[in-house]
Design a protein around this ligand. Structure first.
Ligand code: ATP
Ligand code: MG
Length: 441
């Protein structure tokens, strides 16, 4: 992509409305634009990141055996009246009437609808287990939308729903999602600590939240320092092996970690030696619940068991805040100059800077590298705009692409380009004909 043809409305100064760094940087880098409180347009750069995150979430859901569907954003109120949540949900639910005066709502979550879909599609225990998920926009009329996409009103969520014939089978489904979350967040370059959580208005028995540690997080967190030493990158397990999956989950759940809502100071002191007692703040990026028959009973979602008797199915629901993650990743990965994208979610891998547009040798060298990178499938943003070096460097640092390739007349005399790593700041001179190889090896 040529910067001269791109749409990236960069702001020079910090926007006044932004309180936290991710919100500031997302606005400054031209990733999003606010349309109403907690309601954002995703501009090209932001949208690329959102899609990359979404794809990693999808791949790990699929790997864990979940099946992707897509339910509508608008739901009929009827289903929610059956579950009893139409009134319980209160003002957070955006209620709408259609032209026939039928009550509708913009879905804040999908337990009711998916349970109804499942009820119509299965009869026997042989149809279980199943896990269905979608990645869809939600609306919650939050009292205090803030921090940009972190607490929006319209936001993108991955929500999965498991259906099992027994509690034990349901536990295995829960555990599989637990593991898939560990894998997902590790791939996103995040350490998201699983913590015991309150089940909240969705209700249920077992529940964990996954929190990214950051000073600007909304939750207070208390955890065992051992989490810092855990090998997050190595979460490999055969999902069909219930015992192995349970053991892996146990490795994480056996250590003390709780959000302020569930924190028990006495237990913390008893279980964690003083030197390892960590406290701080965290951003909730995922939340999993096991709630048994809470929705299947009122909605009549039952199957015929092996003994011929009807049983209500056992369910759980599993959310990931896909759009919140864009802000969460920035909170965890930035410096004074701007964003530092982890490679896996970077909008482009390489930013190619032409320091002297109009200089024939510079133009030619840049074009050659640009075309060669594209031919090799490397996502590259080519700054081919006329402008001073200082502004170009600042913009490239702000948008945080993992690598910069800097080309100008001075280096070209010696046949070299400068390659800069955004994360470490390390710069290296690389022969022109070696540049492309650096990103394709
Ligand atoms: P919170 O405690 O932050 O209000 P929640 O417990 O209401 O979240 P869940 O129903 O568990 O949220 O939703 C699943 C995930 O969706 C959350 O873990 C979070 O990452 C994301 N999420 C929830 N509310 C918002 C929001 N207003 N804006 C952006 N993401 C959100
Ligand atoms: Mg939650």
């Amino acid at each position: 992509m040529r910067l001269s043809q791109y749409f990236m409305p960069i702001l020079r100064d910090d926007p006044k409305e932004a309180e936290i760094v991710s919100h500031k940087l997302m606005l400054r880098a031209g990733m999003v634009r606010q349309e109403a409180a907690g309601n954002y347009s995703w501009l090209p750069m932001g949208f690329r990141v959102l899609k990359k995150i979404e794809q990693i979430v999808r791949e790990e859901q699929d790997r864990a055996g979940a099946l992707e569907v897509l339910m509508p954003t608008i739901q009929p109120a009827e289903l929610w009246k059956k579950s009893g949540r139409y009134d319980a949900y209160g003002k957070e639910m955006l209620r709408i009437k259609d032209r026939h005066d039928r009550e509708m709502l913009y879905g804040p979550t999908n337990e009711e609808m998916i349970t109804d879909i499942f009820r119509q599609g299965v009869q026997s225990y042989k149809d279980l287990p199943r896990n269905l998920y979608h990645i869809q926009w939600k609306f919650r009329d939050e009292v205090r939308p803030r921090f940009g996409v972190m607490r929006g009103r319209e936001f993108l969520m991955k929500d999965a729903y498991s259906f099992d014939v027994s509690r034990e089978a349901g536990q295995h489904s829960y555990n599989k999602m637990f593991v898939s979350y560990l894998r997902t967040f590790a791939r996103l370059g995040l350490k998201a600590v699983p913590m015991r959580a309150e089940t909240g208005p969705i209700g249920g028995s077992d529940s964990h939240e996954f929190l990214v540690l950051a000073d600007t997080g909304e939750s207070g967190v208390f955890f065992d320092g051992d989490f810092h030493e855990m090998d997050w990158g190595k979460v490999e397990v055969d999902y069909d092996d219930a015992g192995a999956v349970a053991k892996l989950v146990e490795r994480f759940t056996s250590k003390y970690a709780a959000t302020d809502e569930k924190h028990d100071a006495a237990e913390f002191e008893r279980r964690v030696p003083a030197a390892k007692r960590m406290t701080g703040r965290g951003i909730e990026v995922g939340h999993i619940f096991f709630f048994g028959t809470k929705y299947s009973e009122p909605l009549g979602c039952e199957v015929q068991g092996a003994d011929g008797k009807k049983v209500a199915v056992q369910s759980g629901s599993y959310g990931i805040g896909v759009s919140r993650l864009v802000g969460g990743i920035i909170e965890a990965s930035h410096d004074d100059a701007g964003i530092i994208w982890p490679e896996a979610v970077a909008p482009f891998q390489v930013g190619l800077i032409n320091l002297k547009v109009g200089d024939a040798a510079s133009d030619e060298a840049c074009l050659k590298i640009y075309q060669a990178l594209q031919a090799k499938g490397v996502d590259v943003l080519f700054d081919d705009k006329d402008g001073g070096a200082g502004g170009k460097f600042a913009a490239m640092d702000l948008i945080g692409l993992p690598w910069q390739v800097i080309i100008g007349p001075r280096g070209l005399k010696d046949g070299i380009a400068e390659v800069k790593c955004r994360k470490t700041g390390a710069r290296e001179n690389v022969a022109l004909d070696q540049v492309v190889g650096r990103f394709t090896a």
